[in-house]
Design a binder for this molecule. Structure first.
Ligand code: NAP
Length: 204
């Protein structure tokens, strides 16, 4: 599968490394254009391409990985969504690591906020609870699988992201819809930034 990224920072690069290892291709984009991404795609290696935002969004699956303050402007500039799956990786806080202040999104989850700004996209919350070092690390830890979570409102989109996560090597747990599962996964939720490893034979 070819997966686009909107954003090419630490999180998008860790995501790209993970899905490339699983045999997928990645079109990575930022606001400054493909030329600014040459070094990054060289480091990511085979399967990674520097793309425009339009090219990234044309993929059947797209990761949103920009800072919260840039989300509305970023989504407003993209072409109309035509049923692609949009994996929401963003967290609701202003500022940068080490100097965060929580953003007010009313009683919505981040993903519901994102979905409202991306009509026509099928939004799934996934990969987001993992910190970059955990996302970069091997999903198999001493023979046990790292756990990845997902939530969404579209059954087929969830199925496809579930397959992607399994394909990456994770043990997958679905957390329900964009609202309830989204709130559990995003920054401030109970599992955010935690690292879960599943031991035991039952789910093999
Ligand atoms: N770091 C983590 O451990 C982690 C984990 C889970 C989720 N997240 C979430 O992932 C998001 C990104 O985090 P990060 O750590 O990767 O931040 P980062 O390293 O600062 O990267 C942000 C990226 O967004 C791009 N960007 C900004 N505005 C854009 C636009 N209008 N169009 C396209 N690209 C744009 C930036 O590139 P240009 O400025 O060059 O365009 C940059 O590549 C945040 O919402 C964060 O909460 C982070």
């Amino acid at each position: 599968m070819e997966i686009g990224t909107i954003g090419a920072g630490d999180f998008a690069q860790a995501f790209a490394k993970r899905v490339l290892k699983a045999g997928h291709k990645v079109k990575i984009s930022n606001s400054r254009g493909p030329d600014s991404l040459r070094e990054i795609v060289n480091e990511l290696g085979r399967g990674a391409t520097a793309a425009t935002s339009e090219e990234a969004v044309a993929c059947e699956m797209v990761l949103l990985a920009v800072p919260w303050d840039n989300v509305p402007e970023t989504l407003a500039r993209l072409p109309k969504w035509k049923n692609q799956i949009l994996i929401d990786g963003v967290n609701p806080f202003h500022g940068k690591a080490g100097n965060f202040t929580p953003a007010n999104v009313g009683n919505l989850s981040t993903s519901q906020f994102v979905a409202a700004l991306a009509p026509g996209a099928r939004v799934v919350k996934a990969f987001n609870h993992m910190l970059v070092p955990n996302l970069e690390a091997d999903p198999v830890v001493n023979g046990a699988r790292r756990v990845a979570f997902l939530s969404g409102d579209d059954a087929d989109a969830k199925k496809q992201v579930h397959s992607l996560l399994q394909n990456c090597g994770y043990s997958v747990i679905e957390l329900g819809n964009l609202r309830d599962g989204g709130l559990i996964q995003q920054a401030g939720g109970p599992i955010a930034a935690r690292d879960f490893i599943e031991r035991g034979e039952y789910h093999k």
